[in-house]
Design a protein around this ligand. Structure first.
Ligand code: ADP
Ligand code: MG
Length: 483
């Protein structure tokens, strides 16, 4: 990066969760048998006309408002012409010069503070179908085509070239997903293709004003891949320039396995889409009343919730940010806090043990085997001294694996904390006898030595001893041995 600065702008497509497609009544649901959700309209058969799905416009306005955009009073649809087997009409109905909304922004957290990223436009369009290859696209002897996705509603959200690093681009994409997901208009699942990111990137000498020639990277399937692909591409562009070459404007694909971007097609081969107004759909006139009505029904969005978690629960900004990444994580956290009103403790467990096990088992938080009530009960068991904080982690893992209540796990596995001094006394004496050197160190004033002895007692009792009690008993016994 020495001497250079990256410039990044993202184009993000999100699939809307409507019941039917954008211009016909075919089902828009994902996962049906191939070509089960089709009709003459989405197949582009002659003699049929598209009819705009009102819910798509409503969802589009919702997204636009959540992204601080101005919703157009007057907007229209256009035909984007190209030939590909997944596009039965040979044109895609999209929006060109008069999009649904423009001039928005969202805020990301950078290493030093918040940064505003501009959103150029939000427009509506129809998705294309899907080609199913036998093996890879270059070696397949034939391909099958599934038109279920043809006509599924999409929003395209285009950012300003405001990002300056792969990390900022990732933060923007993740924040956009959070916001859209909070509005409830899309699942925003990158794995299932309901959120797709194309990344535009160029480099320029640090401190200069103009933009360099950009390349566009397609086929990034995760936020991690997005950051990796951009980091690679930035390095590549800098090397080309350093060697005296120049950047060719082109579309590149990210090869996840090899960790490189590869040229797909250059600007010379790029499509001329011959955009023109869609004659089969009337222009779209949107009333201010409708926009304001939708504004009133917007849910609390991630930034507002994050602020509330900091104010209402006293959480650090970091915790509040993580817990508001999705609505579901926040809801889980709040359900738990209602039953166990120590927010920071709950936050630690949700971001720590729970997140760890959910990740490891690839489980959604809504399907967590440990329900908020069960986590709250577990935390109460620590507070009332039934189990130690250390054992609680073991109990939690067992709860996660079996779905059992904490009390059941504690009883079945005999994990109740030993708080009976008489029961611990023998172990304490044994540990003191076995470690004369450490005991001597402690007497010399080495406080750390006591920690070691406590650890030994915990080990002997398989973690069940109450640590404060062990501490006290050890000190007493060592003091007594002096007399
Ligand atoms: P195109 O004409 O290739 O579609 P646009 O101007 O529509 O390009 O921009 C597409 C995306 O690329 C936007 O997100 C924009 O912010 C970004 N972008 C435009 N110019 C650059 C550049 N020089 N470097 C990086 N990103 C850019
Ligand atoms: Mg463009």
């Amino acid at each position: 990066m020495k001497g250079y600065e990256a410039v990044i702008g993202l184009e993000i497509h999100v699939e809307l969760k409507t019941a039917s497609k954008i211009f016909c009544s075919s089902s828009a649901h994902f996962g049906a048998e191939p070509n089960a959700n089709i009709c003459p309209v989405c197949l582009g058969l002659p003699g049929v006309l598209p009819v705009l799905n009102k819910r798509v416009v409503e969802y589009g306005i919702r997204a636009a408002l959540a992204l601080n955009c101005e919703v157009a009073r007057f907007s229209k649809f256009d035909r984007k012409n190209y030939y590909y087997p997944d596009l039965p009409k040979n044109y895609q109905i999209s929006q060109y010069d008069l999009p649904l909304a423009q001039h928005g922004y969202l805020e990301i957290d950078t290493g030093n503070g918040r940064k505003r990223i501009g959103i150029t436009r939000v427009h509506m369009e129809e998705d294309a179908g899907k080609l199913v290859h036998q093996g890879t696209v270059t070696t397949t002897p034939y391909s099958l085509v599934d038109y279920n996705r043809t006509g599924v509603p999409l929003l395209e959200i285009v950012s300003e070239p405001d990002m300056r690093s792969p990390e900022e681009a990732r933060a923007y994409a993740e924040k956009l997903r959070s916001i859209i997901q909070f509005t409830g208009i899309s699942d925003c699942k990158m794995e299932e293709g309901s959120l797709r990111v194309d990344a535009n990137v160029s480099v320029r000498p640090a401190g200069s004003q103009g933009f360099g020639v950009k390349t566009e990277i397609k086929n990034v399937n995760s936020f991690r891949a997005l950051a990796r692909a951009l980091a690679y591409e930035i390095e590549r562009q800098i090397s080309v320039l350093e060697e005296g070459g120049r950047i060719v404007q082109e579309t590149r694909t990210w090869d996840e396995g090899k960790g490189v971007t590869l040229s797909l097609r250059s600007k010379e081969e790029a499509h001329d889409y011959r955009y023109f107004p869609e004659p089969d759909l009337p222009p779209l006139v949107i009333s201010r009343e409708w926009v304001e009505e939708i504004r009133r029904t917007l849910p609390e969005l991630p930034d507002a919730r994050r602020e509330r978690y900091m104010k209402e629960y006293g959480l650090p900004a970091y915790d509040a940010g993580v817990l508001t990444t999705t609505r579901e994580i926040g809801d889980y956290f709040e359900s738990c806090v209602r039953l166990y009103p120590r927010p920071k403790t709950v936050s630690n467990w949700v971001m720590g043990e729970l997140a760890r096990l959910l990740n490891a088992t690839n489980t959604e938080i809504t399907a967590s085997p440990v329900k908020p009530e069960q986590l709250a009960t577990l935390l109460k068991l620590i507070d009332d001294g039934t189990i130690s904080g250390k054992i609680a982690k073991t109990v939690f893992e067992e709860m996660f694996n079996t779905g059992k209540d904490p009390q059941a796990v504690v009883e079945e596995q005999g994990l109740v904390q030993i708080t009976d001094a008489a029961a611990l006394k023998a172990v304490v004496e044994k540990v003191i006898a076995a470690n004369p050197k450490v005991v001597a160190d402690f007497k010399q004033g080495k406080d750390k030595a006591l920690g070691f002895l406590v650890g030994q007692v915990m080990k002997e009792t398989r973690g069940k001893a109450n640590p404060q009690l062990v501490n006290r008993l050890l000190k007493e016994s060592i003091a007594n041995s002096d007399n």
